[in-house]
Ligand binder design. Structure first.
Ligand SMILES: Nc1ncnc2c1ncn2[C@@H]1O[C@H](COP(=O)(O)OP(=O)(O)OP(=O)(O)O)[C@@H](O)[C@H]1O
Ligand SMILES: [Mg+2]
Length: 373
């Protein structure tokens, strides 16, 4: 019997880490990505070179695949809609909903899923009115094509507001009330073809310059908060069409309430710790979910810390210190095969396991200090 083919829109680091378990599970993998010899192609995926917004290339990918999924949501979703008979997961409707962060917020509110107050910004006057209503501070967000904070501006004065409106001129915008959070949390939730749901443990995430930099698994929270966060994330995922992993980003506010920040309809940076910390990785779980297999065990087997390896300069990759970093007990280093290096580009990540989460994080940070890329 011929091998079944998994098609992934996007072949960056997430596509790469999905390809590895897909091949182990006996699938062939084909990815659509614009960069020649993209990260996924380097580990055995076939590649169609092209843009995620090119409808003809997307159609070619789907025709070659038995199961289709995404590593990025900023795609031409209309190109998926003619393929009603192919298992495309998550569903095109879900991808479309999530592509627009404002629609996402409306969806959360309509479904009584707790989230920060928000308001659409349709004019300068409206922006000023909302700014006053939110008490003189807010975060302005682009509705679409936002990632790693590139579509966000914190506004704390009228001057900030004017600058932010200029910066985003021409973009659809909305604003959110600033959440004074104790910490940020995330849960990776998997859903299979039958609607069965299984979550990974709740983790704590630390963002700098709007980019997720550190993950603590488990999160340093009470069991009550863990239950609150998991049940909120699962209620949300139950309402979204389609199978796969959904990365749910959350805030824990000063009153001990959990709020949803946003949803990623795919594997997520805050789930990379599962590669070393859990019985099953988020990547294997996603492949299982989108190909009609049963979901596997998500138990956390050991405290695990994750630190991203972000580029610190512009230029060709000059890798140093990886062997030294790997000498630290429990440390694993994952490099994505990207070139060139750029400031804040996600070049790789480090997972560290240890007896306690504090020790794991110390070791992960020590490993990060040893590496330059
Ligand atoms: N309403 C808010 N109140 C306080 N902080 C916020 C709010 N919204 C976003 N942030 C901060 O900015 C970070 C990035 O915001 P958001 O998740 O909207 O951006 P993004 O561009 O989608 O980022 P990513 O791709 O990293 O998920 C959040 O993780 C949080 O630290
Ligand atoms: Mg986010």
């Amino acid at each position: 019997m011929d091998k079944k083919v998994i098609g992934i829109i996007g072949g960056g680091q997430l596509g790469r880490m999905l390809t590895e378990p897909a091949i182990k599970l006996g699938f062939d993998v084909v990815v659509l990505d614009p960069t020649p010899n993209c990260p996924a192609a380097q580990v055995g995926a076939q590649q169609i070179e092209g843009s995620w917004k090119d409808a003809a290339k997307i159609a070619e990918l789907i025709e070659r695949s038995d199961f289709v999924t995404i590593e990025i949501e900023h795609i031409d979703v209309g190109a998926l809609e003619q393929f009603k008979d192919k298992p495309i997961n998550p569903s095109p409707d879900t991808i479309k909903l999530i592509q627009d962060k404002y629609n996402q917020k409306v969806f959360l509110k309509d479904n009584q899923l707790r989230t920060a107050d928000f308001s659409e910004i349709t004019s300068e006057d409206k922006a000023l009115e909302v700014f006053e209503k939110f008490g003189g501070s807010m975060i302005l967000k682009s509705k679409t094509d936002a990632y790693d904070g590139r579509g966000n501006e914190v506004v704390k004065s009228k001057e900030d507001l004017e600058k932010a409106l200029n910066k985003f001129s021409g973009f659809g915008l909305y604003a959110e009330r600033l959440v004074d959070f104790q910490c940020e949390l995330a849960v990776m939730v998997a859903k299979d073809f039958r609607g069965n749901i299984k979550s990974f443990p709740v983790v704590e995430t630390v963002h700098r310059r709007n980019i997720c930099e550190e993950v603590y698994a488990p999160a340093r929270i009470s069991e009550e908060i863990e239950v609150q966060a998991t049940s909120l994330a699962e209620r949300l995922v139950a309402k979204l069409d389609g199978a796969g992993i959904f990365g749910v980003e959350l805030f824990l506010d000063r009153n001990g309430e959990v709020l949803i920040n946003e949803i990623a309809p795919r594997v997520h940076n805050s789930g990379h710790y599962t590669m070393d910390g859990c019985e099953t990785s988020q990547f294997e779980q996603h492949i299982r979910a989108i190909s009609g297999m049963k979901l596997a065990d998500t138990t956390l087997t050991t405290p695990t810390a994750m630190v991203n390896i972000l580029g610190e300069r512009e230029g060709p990759v000059e890798l140093q210190g990886v062997n030294e970093a790997k000498q630290i007990p429990g440390v694993s280093v994952y490099l994505y095969g990207k070139t060139p290096t750029k400031i804040d580009r996600k070049m790789g990540h480090i997972n560290a396991t240890a007896g306690t989460i504090e020790e794991a994080m110390n070791n992960a940070k020590e490993a990060r200090r040893l590496i330059s890329i």
